[in-house]
Write a protein that binds this ligand. Structure first.
Ligand code: DAH
Length: 339
């Protein structure tokens, strides 16, 4: 019988059940009510007395071996199940949570601010609901100027003085009242005009304003600053300044960037000239400095203002301004994940 038990021990050692079912079968085969060990216990009764001790020990050893093997196999199977079971594998890397994209207006605004930051301009902001003084009078708009008309400006109902700012130039006035020169700031913000919504205009849009006031600031400084901006932002090395008119600057100009005429789109967006109008600018009118108690005999300055949508349309070749306000994720997703 000892030989038989030895034989069984070897069989147990060699057995390789893998799945939980196979392991259970193996257990039943040896340890079940009608299993091999039960049968051996029956045979044990027939063993002559002097052999009982040895055979009994061998039987116990076999039983222990089988029990230990079953435990070990079960633990292994459980580990395998954990490793492959999708719900339970806490170590498995997942596909990542989709991030939103920054709005193209924000992307362009950040980039413009960052360009001016590099040459010492800091950011200032002002309110969207403003009074007449900051939007018009303090900026040297004559009382009869058409921009003050109801057709262009949204007024707050029941209040003759309160309105939605039509440009970020109002922040210039606020800052000139608050600080003393040198002043070197960029002022991003949302502005409002009473205009019909179309592919080219909207009743709400964004601007960035710039202001630099110090002793001996000249038109050459303005030109050099704008050339630096055009190079950094557009990568274009050629600009031109066309004479223009704004009540708050004298002289005033509009800046064009030489865009080129290489593609059909270039022809379309530059109307066949190769030049693109990018911003308005000028030397701060002495009247404006005076209104803010800055002595124009001591200080001079320049200002500029640009529409962010317009610049974003150029940068991304977007043909319809309304895209910026519809928040269609198919449009927004194209501007890359948040960085
Ligand atoms: N405020 C002007 C507008 O909305 C833009 C502008 C022109 C701003 C000339 C300026 C400037 O600061 O100097 O059309």
């Amino acid at each position: 019988m000892i030989d038989k038990i030895d034989q069984l021990l070897k069989q147990v050692e060699a057995a390789t059940p893998v799945t939980e079912e196979e392991i259970e079968q193996f257990r039943i085969e040896y340890l079940g009510r009608k299993g091999i060990l039960k049968a051996l216990a029956g045979e044990f009764k027939e063993v002559p007395g002097e052999q009982k001790r040895d055979v009994g020990q061998a039987l116990n050893a076999l039983k222990q071996k089988v029990t230990a093997k079953v435990e070990e196999l079960k633990a292994g199977a459980q580990r395998n199940a954990l490793a492959s079971g999708p719900a339970l594998d806490l170590t498995r890397p997942h596909g990542g949570i989709p991030l939103g994209a920054r709005h193209p207006i924000s992307v362009v605004r950040r980039e413009i601010i960052e360009i001016f930051n590099r040459i010492g301009f800091t950011v200032a902001e002002g309110p969207e609901v403003e009074d007449d003084w900051h939007v018009f009078s303090g900026l040297n708009f004559p009382p009869e100027h058409p921009a003050r008309d109801m057709q262009d400006t949204f007024f707050v109902e029941g209040d003759n003085d309160l309105l939605l700012r039509t440009h970020t130039s109002s922040v210039q006035v606020r800052e000139m009242n608050k600080r003393r020169p040198p002043i070197r700031i960029v002022m991003p913000g949302r502005v409002f005009r009473n205009e019909a919504v179309s592919a080219r205009s909207h009743c709400a849009f964004h601007q960035i304003e710039g202001l630099y006031i110090d002793k001996e600031v000249s038109f050459a400084d303005l030109k050099q600053t704008l050339l630096y901006f055009a190079r950094e932002f557009f990568g274009k090395a050629k600009i031109r300044l066309r004479p223009s008119y704004f009540p708050f600057t004298e002289p005033s100009a509009e800046m064009d960037v030489y865009w080129g005429l290489e593609t059909e789109t270039d022809y379309r967006i530059t109307k066949g000239t190769g030049w693109l109008e990018v911003l308005g600018c000028g030397m701060v009118d002495p009247n404006v400095l005076q209104s803010s108690d800055i002595d124009p005999a001591v200080y001079s300055g320049f200002a500029f203002g640009m529409g962010i949508e317009r610049i974003a349309m150029l940068r991304y070749q977007i043909g319809d301004l309304r895209m910026f306000f519809e928040n269609d994720v198919r449009f927004l997703d194209q501007f890359g994940p948040v960085s």
